[in-house]
Design a protein around this ligand. Sequence first.
Ligand code: APR
Ligand code: PHB
Length: 389
Amino acid sequence: MRTQVAIIGGGPSGLLLSQLLMKAGISTVVLERKSRDYVLSRIRAGVLEQGMADLLREAGVAERMEREGHVHDGTNLSTAHGMFRVNFKERVGKSVIVYGQTEVTQDLYEAQDALGATIVHEADNVALHDVTTDKPYVTYEKDGQTHRLDCDYIAGCDGFHGVSRPTIPADKRQEFERVYPFGWLGILSRTKPAAEELIYANHPRGFALASMRSDTLSRYYVQVPLTDKVEQWSDQAFWDELRRRLPDEVSQTMETGPSIEKSIAPLRSFVNEPMQWGRLFLVGDAAHIVPPTGAKGLNLAASDVHYLLEALKAAILDKDAGALDQYGPRALTRIWAAMRFSWWMTTLMHRFPDQTDFDQKIQEAELHQLETMESAQITMARNYVGLPY
Ligand code: APR
Ligand code: PHB
């Protein structure tokens, strides 16, 4: 097989890039290790920045998002002294859309089908070759046979555990990392959301988040020690703990029910530099991870796709090869801004195991500033709704 852009990974990054490239008349092949059902069974994030929503519109996959997504003009922050709201719309004139990553991925698959895209599922042992020459290629196994895909460029969209990043020699790249000493225990339940907008709670027992997917589907999280196992947490224990950490007025009226999904995710900040190695370009989780506190993971994948799309269009359609070298630096500027915001919000909202009384007073002072200072709210709102790209 031959294509212009070989895309490794059929998650949101790979599918969105493929969709936008095909719409620009550039050919793609997507190689995905798992089945489509498996990819669509993963429960992930749920908050879309306006920039990502615009990109989905450009890709022609926004119809269901416009219909079923919920526009949120602000968010709630809960502290030991009560709850307050940051009004994004009022502070910076923008909002976010609550619409699940699983739904985005489903919509992308359907749009790719409609364009006649080539997506190879259950592609095993994907390997990248001759990446620093002008004739790179990819090999993979499918149904016991080895296949070869020749291409002009490779997009590594294969997530944190993929093969693309390790293809860059260890002495040619640098990893920047912070691992946080706690995880998030999350559940999905067929219950009415606790509030109209999200609630991020700073509580002496640890962080909690009340989120949602729709009017009838809720997503909740509580901070847990990394040593906790999901089997230790019955649904009842989860609801009891969540109730303790959310404001009383919310806990008293909150609907509870059986969990549909329950899992623990560790929190990590991670960036790999550079994002380009010859004709290989890393995109999304393959290049960086943020802790979920700022809801930036999926949105950063989208801005990477935007920058790479611009670079590939310039290189392929306008024969401007220099544009490709701009991809990494442009994407990284925005990535580090989102890294800082996610780290800040994580640090502000969680209880750290070694947190002193002094540290706690500092958290409280910062939350008080956020509650009372317009400039602090503007900074938070500007980052939360997404920096421009
Ligand atoms: N070969 C082929 N495909 C692979 C390989 C491989 N060796 N390794 C991983 N993959 C596939 C995974 O099965 C997955 O479907 O690559 C895809 C990567 O998808 P994601 O992990 O979802 O990463 P990405 O598309 O960059 O999405 C960004 O935003 O909310 C965040 O972390 C969240 O998934 C999210 C991300
Ligand atoms: C979610 O709904 O899963 C969610 C929302 C906001 C976050 C993180 C996760 O910051």
